[in-house]
Write a protein that binds this ligand. Sequence first.
Ligand SMILES: [Zn+2]
Length: 365
Amino acid sequence: MMQAGETSGPDWRLYARSSSDDKAGVMAILAGYEALVQSKQRPGVNIKFFFEGEEEKGSPHLSEIVEGNRALLASDLWIICDGPVHQSGQKQVVFGARGDVNVGLTVYGPKRPLHSGHYGNWAPNPALALAQLLASMKDSTGRVTIEGFYDDVIPLTAKEQQALSRVPNLDAAIQKELSFARADGGGQNLSELINQPSLNINGMRSANVGAQAANVIPTTAEATLDLRLVLGNDWERQVAKVVSHIRRQGFFVTTQEPTDAERARYPRIVRLTPHTGYNAERTSMDLPLAQEVVVAVQRTSTQPVVQVPTSGGSLPLHVFKKINATTLTVPVANYDNNQHAENENIRLGNLWDGMETMAAIMQLK
Ligand SMILES: [Zn+2]
């Protein structure tokens, strides 16, 4: 919003779809490079630009492009410019990203919708069965109760733990801003919890509610689960643990629409919609070149640069791993950028800082 006499400042924001995720990154890289050229400063290293436009739809061609251009893409380090800086506004160097896989679940009730008065108390309700199944997956603190869910995790190194302990803790302020009374995690903070695998319910659906509600026993209930993975987890193994858990709750698990014979035989049925996923990757904090990047970013800021072993979000870093590339993520966007939602925005101060950060990295010796 503009007020009389006001000119643009660092707290102004540009509102547009993908303004922060990920046009801001692209512009910070290009403008940072242009600033070096304009001021006749030579980059200290050879630079290759690589921009991918399909990340939001799962990067269907990234692997093919990367693997088909091994020689052209040979490098010492990839700098990825995606995601937000720390909530404190401090610049951040992120050494890895979580893996990700989604799982679709459909639970079945009677074959056609039934009058809830005539058949309630007798016909099984799939919404209730799904709710019970989902409730069995976590305890009251949000810890996943699926057997072996945390077993494969490779623990953080001493250096990574030390870096985590220096991450500013803004949990109380963020919680206040988001208006909820108690956080999950049994007392662990947000940065610690991001370094663990997670199980989220992205959404659930069964018949209609509110003004559209009818007095029926629905025929199906659906949910989509989102599993985030950390180093050591394998996405297929993680899904298999969920499937075993569902079986242990007494469900027959199928990947097809159940047949009449199956419906007649099994009291509880789940149809699983398989998705492909990918694993987490993490670059070592001991890598000298990575620490040089931290020093370069630090030169552009009076505030300490936050170093984190992984971002909470996911990136298909495994694709770069296939050509033995080492990756570091240096984000520029403000944390409250509303990415993937309405009113997405980039704070101008973050965009300017991002240009400076990228230029500093390009001047590595
Ligand atoms: Zn995104």
